[in-house]
Design a protein around this ligand. Structure first.
Ligand code: SAH
Ligand code: SF4
Length: 382
């Protein structure tokens, strides 16, 4: 992607794209590897620091390209080690990135869009409407910023970021090309060298794109199920009206078995008190998932003001989990992390610019935390 000066941002280029760039410049392809290592292993954004690149080529690079991630607006560190960055993207909106350390793992939760058009009833991102797709540079830039904050290390050495989940703001399958490019850089040894099982894309169920994903990349898939029947799911996750459960689960089955080696499928289920947390829902879920190899991750609802939903009691959560476990499922309950910095799932609100009145004001979504008159997005829904 080029900017107004015709320069290209090298941060979002995959290895083949970087090689093409150097070929067009009349240079050898191996330069791609050198420059990618400087960018992704060492966090460099200045060609002058690339000591194994000769002065003439560095000058050529200055004239043709630049390296720029999204602007960091804030970085918060929670008492439990969770970190949260708010970054501003080119459209003017802000999105959030969260780092969650746990045992020997460090999971980075990355955003793919500013806002989201899919409007799930319990999701604060959905409440803001859609503003813009993030570029590949803005998506991989979140990994770049997080890694830089821990100090740069080559991919061969233990990194702070061991896992990436595309579970921040936005529906990753509706920003397909940019998300795929960024995930390729995450898995590339010249990028972040993260194994394919440790890069997970979470979707609310854009069926045709699940098939397309399986054709172009091998990553783990998480499906945001949230309801075990079409009637309830269509209320909570409106895209279910277009792609109902039968179609959706068939696509997930194709995805996991699409390769010789099985891919990993996780079913995510946000538990909402008195809505989808009854034992009959767990029973329906057992029947629905009977022949689908998967892990189940229960996410107790993370409340936000005016959501209209509540988190179930710990007892209700445990009973739901036990019923699924008795049926032979591997079921985890997601613990809430980083509560003191509003970093929990579904609390990522960023600051999504109102598309329709761009020059006049921002939708200060933060105001939703306590201000009932806070402006709501009137952005068009796709
Ligand atoms: N759009 C994608 C990925 C981002 S949302 C998707 O929907 O899968 C990541 C996960 O957080 C999804 O499973 C989503 O349903 C869940 N989530 C959203 N709001 C939540 C909330 N308030 N409490 C708990 N989980 C929530
Ligand atoms: Fe979008 Fe996912 Fe939120 Fe639904 S849960 S509105 S798909 S970000």
């Amino acid at each position: 992607m080029t900017d107004t000066n015709g320069k290209i941002n090298l941060l979002g280029l995959t290895q083949p794209e970087m090689e093409q760039f150097f070929e067009k410049l009349g240079e050898k392809r191996f330069r791609a590897g050198q420059v990618m290592k400087w960018i992704h292993h060492f966090g460099v954004d200045d060609f002058a620091a690339m000591t194994n690149v000769g002065k003439a080529l560095r000058e050529k690079l200055e004239a043709a390209a630049y390296i720029r991630g999204p602007e960091v607006v804030s970085e918060d560190i929670s008492s439990d080690g969770t970190r949260k960055w708010v970054v501003r993207v080119a459209s003017g909106s802000c999105v959030e990135t969260v780092y969650i350390p746990q045992g020997g793992r460090g999971t980075l939760c990355v955003s793919s869009q500013a806002g989201c058009a899919l409007d799930c009833s319990f999701c604060s991102t959905g409440k803001q409407g859609f503003n813009s797709d993030l570029t590949a540079a803005e998506i991989i830039g979140q990994v770049w910023i997080a890694c830089k904050s821990f100090g740069s290390v080559p991919a061969t050495i233990d990194r702070a970021v061991t896992n990436v989940v595309m579970m921040g703001m936005g529906e990753p399958l509706l920003n397909f090309d940019n998300v795929v490019a960024a995930m390729k850089i995450m898995m590339d040894d010249l990028g972040y060298g993260i194994s394919k099982r440790k890069v997970t894309l979470s979707t609310s169920g854009v069926v045709p794109m699940i098939d397309k994903l399986g054709e172009v990349i091998d990553v783990s898939l998480a499906l945001s199920l949230h309801a075990p029947n079409d009637e309830l799911r269509s209320q909570l996750v409106p895209i279910n009206k277009k792609y109902p459960l039968e179609m959706l689960l068939a696509a997930c089955k194709r995805y996991v078995s699409g390769l010789g080696e099985k891919r990993v499928l996780t079913i995510e289920y946000t538990l909402l008190k008195d809505v989808n947390d009854k034992l009959e829902h767990a029973e329906q879920m057992v029947a629905l998932l009977a022949d689908i190899p998967c892990k189940i991750n229960l996410i107790p609802f993370n409340p936000f003001p005016h959501s209209g939903y509540e988190r179930p009691s710990n007892n209700a959560i445990r009973r739901f989990q036990e019923l699924l476990q008795k049926a032979g499922h591997n079921v985890t309950v997601r613990t809430t992390r980083g509560e003191d910095i509003d970093a929990a799932c579904g609390q990522l609100v960023g600051q999504v610019m109102d598309r329709t009145r761009r020059s006049e004001r921002y939708i200060a979504v933060r105001q939703l935390n306590g201000d009932s008159d806070a402006p709501r997005s009137t952005a068009s829904r796709n």
